[in-house]
Design a protein around this ligand. Structure first.
Ligand code: SF4
Length: 79
């Protein structure tokens, strides 16, 4: 089973670009806003979908996700 399949089975939603798959689980999110402060182009709660993984490089997004305190955000780099 891929990480994507595993996380989607746990309730995560997937957002992807050519460089990265971003997974988010609304039930785990504590709205700590580390993500929106970290990169407001990628993570913008006034927009739908609120995560746009094409708005930054995969490496930049990974750095922001590493600061998510709840485990609501996960990722897999494609390259
Ligand atoms: S950093 Fe994590 S817990 Fe905080 S708002 Fe973003 S996804 Fe939710």
């Amino acid at each position: 089973m891929s990480l994507r399949e595993e996380l989607e089975a746990q309730g995560f939603k997937t957002y992807e670009s050519d460089e990265i798959e971003v997974f988010w689980n609304p039930q785990l999110c504590q709205h700590a806003a580390e993500c929106t402060r970290g990169n407001g182009d990628v993570f913008n709660v006034t927009r739908r979908p609120w995560i746009d993984p094409k708005a930054a490089s995969g490496a930049e997004i990974a750095q922001v996700i590493d600061r998510c305190p709840s485990g609501a955000l996960r990722y897999e780099l494609k390259k």
